[in-house]
Design a protein around this ligand. Structure first.
Ligand SMILES: [Mg+2]
Length: 255
């Protein structure tokens, strides 16, 4: 395979809920909440919720008791780590079997796939089809010219879609969005940036890095020129590991 080097970020759609539906097909389309031992009277939090349950405002980390109150009809299930791990291993093996793929696992249900191709969308569709065939699970794929852009792109592809973010469309797509929508920027950092008058991605890109470099922005943001903040790390993912600043980042919650 030849062509341009691309990063694909592959992320399973509502992974845990989807694994549960596979073994209980009658649950398809129902609001599913997975957490603790599946008993909302116990102290436990939501591990994941299906899209149907999320529509009621249920999210990961929410106390199970509160989630159950928000969705009286919800099917509440216990966490089954072994089942999710088994499904995850099959997904990752499928990714590694793709032609020319360099795979970096980020979490149970997400991984970067580096590949050289002239048709990244076609490759992404091929990955989705392979994962679906092997596991009956749907995934979304972000395509990027950097790791960060690939990771952010996935959100625009959900569910079951493909979205490409590059230096060419980054500001068009992301410019007006809050800095919190950047990978690695949470409530804390976005709050500090807001105090500096930086609210949007476009404002961050235009700002002098000296004004915000102490804002505890993630390393991949701090280590770059502001105009170029989002293009880092430009370093290609290697078989040894992810570039500094990305390695060691805890997997994002399963969505
Ligand atoms: Mg996911």
């Amino acid at each position: 395979m030849s062509g341009i080097r691309w990063v694909l970020h592959v992320d399973l759609d509502q992974f845990i809920a989807a694994v549960e539906v596979l073994r209980r097909p009658e649950l398809a389309g129902k609001p599913i909440i997975v957490g603790g031992r599946g008993d909302p009277t116990e102290r436990a939090v939501v591990s994941t919720a299906s899209y149907e349950a999320r529509a009621f405002g249920v999210g990961s980390g929410m106390p199970l008791r509160i989630a159950a109150r928000k969705v009286p009809d919800a099917v509440i299930l216990p966490v089954d780590h072994e089942a999710y791990l088994a499904a995850s291993e099959t997904v990752m093996a499928t990714l590694r079997a793709q032609p020319g793929a360099t795979v970096q696992v980020l979490g149970w249900d997400e991984a970067f796939v580096g590949v050289e191709t002239e048709k990244p969308e076609a490759y992404a569709r091929q990955v989705q089809a392979a994962v679906l065939e092997r596991t009956q699970l749907h995934c979304s794929v972000g395509i990027g010219d950097t790791l960060v852009r690939a990771k952010v792109a996935t959100g625009f592809g959900k569910p079951a879609g493909v979205f490409r973010l590059t230096s060419g469309n980054w500001l068009d797509v992301m410019g007006s969005l809050p800095t919190k929508d950047l990978w690695g920027v949470g409530t804390k950092v976005s709050g500090r940036l807001a105090k500096l008058g930086i609210n949007t991605v476009a404002e961050l890109a235009a700002a002098d890095p000296r004004t915000w470099s102490r804002s505890s922005a993630p390393r991949w943001v701090r280590g770059t020129r502001s105009s170029d903040a989002v293009t880092a790390p430009a370093s290609w993912m290697t078989p040894r590991g992810l570039p500094a600043g990305i390695a060691g980042r805890p997997p994002s919650s399963a969505t």
